[in-house]
Design a protein around this ligand. Structure first.
Ligand code: URA
Length: 447
């Protein structure tokens, strides 16, 4: 078999512009060869672009997910059951990515405080969207490349652990994810499905909640495209023997007040104190309720939301969150102090002020791209992100502003980055003469 022939089969030709379905053997040849270092980046980029344009059948998507899943070790959580007597399903949530989308951070301790065990394997910043692992690493000392033993041990102790793809676990996703990020091949339903599910099944979850975003700041721009992705995720998960549901949620404008890496941890700390912004709190509770339904601890969303609220008001969720920081290598006291005194932010600060009077509209995609220029995400795979970069929304979509009022406080990785980032951030803001309609935060649930 030759890689170029497999690529051309997917790419198609003038007579067959949609290309043809690849067999499991052909996919195994490409992806397995890539992980073993036998097939170079440029051929995999080319194949990913062919998939971007021509898509994949359900059989191809399921085969790719399975091949990626078995590209490394999988985590067996039986020891967690034995050590703790846990009998419920292991449940996790995964978002398709957005701007200010920090929900995994408060969600895991809240749902763990309700009695569900969560093995969470997350990703890094991708394109204009932030990444849970990059956010967590902005906590000094926090480690996300856990061995399976440490991962299990931390779940036993706090009910949840946070890790990333490693050389041992889903190496195919670790490589492909980084490559897609810089080759314009992220926004593909089959590639997103295989990327998310290979991680989620490898980590040992029995049930999964997907937060599928639609809107300018999402990879799926329309509600219909997000619904297709949600169906692909739920159907493929179920074919792999997992319980699954999906919430389709709005990503037209950034979520919450704080966007960045450490800045999103500051907001997480607020959410866990019951003082978070309305939208991020509502979404955290809705996703938490869905996880509790899959675990069998709640019958309805309302019941689940009540349990999540109690986990916060009792302080139990915060306790687990701080304990998790300690167990994963951070210092909880230093973290709390940094949240209070702003020392987790960079010292390079600017302000964006209203250019005219009007009702604010803030575009999530443009704001996310500006975030990359500030240092929140990366342009090249080997680039490091800045833990302290990002921006705080002093005013949000739908607020009325007067000329000269401060809209955003902006933190850059250095002084030089503002030359690019500030005009980009300014271009994410427009002023409407009428109040913009508030988009529905949760559009639909697929169970
Ligand atoms: N999240 C993932 O884990 N993978 C993708 O491809 C997109 C979002």
């Amino acid at each position: 078999m030759r890689a170029v022939e497999v690529i051309m089969k997917k790419r198609g030709s003038l007579l067959n512009p949609e290309g043809s379905e690849l067999t499991r053997e052909e996919l195994e040849f490409l992806v397995g060869g890539y992980v073993r270092g036998e097939i170079p980046d440029y051929q995999i980029s080319s194949w990913a672009m062919a998939v971007y344009f021509n898509g994949m059948t359900f059989a191809e998507t399921a085969a790719l997910t399975d091949i990626m899943l078995h590209s490394g070790d999988t985590i067996d959580l039986e020891e967690v059951r034995k050590a703790t007597g846990y009998t419920l399903p292991f449940v996790d949530k995964h978002s398709t990515g957005g701007v200010g989308d920090k929900m995994s951070l408060p969600l895991a301790p809240i749902v763990a405080a309700c009695g569900v065990k969560i093995p969470m394997m997350s990703g890094r910043a991708l394109g204009h969207t932030g990444g849970t692992l990059d956010k967590l690493e902005s906590i000094k000392g926090y480690k996300v490349g856990l061995t399976p033993e440490t991962f299990r041990d931390i779940i036993i102790k706090t009910g949840y652990a946070m890790t990333g793809q490693t050389k041992q676990i889903v190496p195919a996703d670790r490589l492909l994810y980084a490559l897609r990020d810089v080759t314009g091949t992220v926004e593909s339903i089959p590639l997103i499905t295989a990327s998310i599910l290979s991680k989620k099944v490898a980590e040992g979850s029995d049930a999964l909640v997907f937060d599928v975003k639609y809107g300018s700041g999402a990879f799926m721009k329309t509600k219909d495209a997000a619904t297709d992705l949600a169906n692909s995720l739920v159907k493929t998960a179920q074919a792999m023997g997992k319980k699954a549901s999906a919430l389709i949620t709005c990503m037209e404008t950034p979520l919450g007040y704080k966007i960045g890496n450490f800045l999103e941890l500051e907001e997480t700390y607020d959410i866990l104190q019951g003082k978070g912004p309305e939208d991020t709190t509502e979404l955290t509770y809705a996703l938490g309720a869905e996880m509790l339904i899959l675990a069998g601890l709640a019958k309805t969303r309302e019941e689940g939301v009540e349990l999540c609220k109690k986990a916060v008001s009792s302080g139990k969720a915060m306790e687990l969150f701080l304990e998790n920081i300690r167990l994963q290598g951070g210092d909880p006291d230093a973290f709390v102090k940094a949240c209070a005194d702003g020392s987790g932010r960079t010292p390079f600060v600017r302000s964006i002020k209203a250019k005219q009077d009007g009702w604010l509209v803030i575009d999530a995609f443009k704001a996310g791209l500006a975030g990359v220029a500030l240092g929140v995400g990366r342009n090249r795979t080997e680039e490091k992100v800045s833990g302290g970069a990002g921006f705080i929304l002093k005013k949000r979509q739908g607020d009325y502003v007067k000329y000269g009022e401060e809209i955003m406080q902006v933190y850059g990785k250095d002084d030089a980055c503002f030359a690019d980032a500030l005009p980009q951030l300014e271009s994410s803001v427009s002023y409407s003469p009428t109040q913009p309609e508030k988009p529905e935060l949760i559009y639909k649930t697929i169970r």
